[in-house]
Design a protein around this ligand. Structure first.
Ligand SMILES: CC(C)(COP(=O)(O)OP(=O)(O)OC[C@H]1O[C@@H](n2cnc3c(N)ncnc32)[C@H](O)[C@@H]1OP(=O)(O)O)[C@@H](O)C(=O)NCCC(=O)NCCS
Length: 194
């Protein structure tokens, strides 16, 4: 918690920090970029009014935790994406994880993996959740690889659940229990593929 109060969750490549009003235009540029949104289901451009309303709702929700992902290696820390736990359920002790690295130049550099590791640790150690789950389109190979590397287990497939960019897609559901995360940790530390 002390780490959090100092302004974020710090890894070796990324820092997770609060989203600020100053991030609005960057966030909006990402959600309006077709390349970034290739693996999301967006059907129309997002206005500045809508983006501001979204941010207000996101940061003030009692059932969600949103972070900006900063590349901590650059001289000047730069916002490269967002991640969150939403639908936090204090009784069932679960939440849904979402992540977006908005700068395509930063894809494949390990930032998403570390951001998810920090977020998962936050979910289990600080929020005392028992389960983190997520959904991903079946053609998002990079995301699927990342989640399975962290110990997420495929729990089901919603067949032809979404129509994305002119094609039907299955949505894959993955879940990570507290014990799955513990089991996956030593493999990661040894640099092995899970
Ligand atoms: C998905 C996303 C979060 C991943 O973060 P990232 O920083 O790009 O990914 P990382 O570099 O940490 O790890 C990706 C892993 O997938 C692997 N990978 C990359 N491209 C791949 C591909 N086409 N097929 C399979 N694996 C692939 C990488 O090699 C790496 O695995 P490794 O560490 O074993 O080598 C990021 O690319 C992103 O935000 N994309 C756009 C939005 C999105 O898809 N969000 C997720 C929605 S569920």
């Amino acid at each position: 918690m002390a780490e959090l109060r100092r302004g974020g969750l710090l890894g070796t490549k990324v820092r997770l920090r609060a989203l600020e009003r100053a991030d609005l235009e960057q966030l909006r540029a990402w959600v309006n970029d077709p390349e970034v949104m290739r693996f999301s289901n967006t059907l129309r451009p997002i206005s500045d009014v809508e983006q501001a309303r979204w941010l207000e709702a996101a940061v003030s929700s009692a059932h969600a935790v949103w972070f900006g992902i900063e590349d901590a290696r650059r001289g000047q820390p730069t916002l490269v994406g967002t991640c969150c736990l939403v639908d936090i359920d204090g009784v069932g002790r679960k939440a849904e994880l979402r992540i977006r690295i908005g700068d395509p130049d930063a894809w494949g550099g390990g930032l998403g993996t570390e951001a998810c590791q920090l977020l998962v640790r936050h979910a289990f150690d600080a929020l005392n959740l028992e389960r983190v789950w997520l959904r991903v389109f079946d053609h998002n190979a990079r995301a699927l690889r990342l989640y399975q590397k962290l110990g997420f287990v495929v729990e089901g497939t919603l067949r032809r659940h979404d129509f994305v960019d002119g094609a039907w897609r299955d949505t894959v559901l993955l879940g990570l229990l507290r014990e799955d995360a513990v089991r996956a940790a030593p493999a990661r530390a040894r640099g092995r593929r899970a």
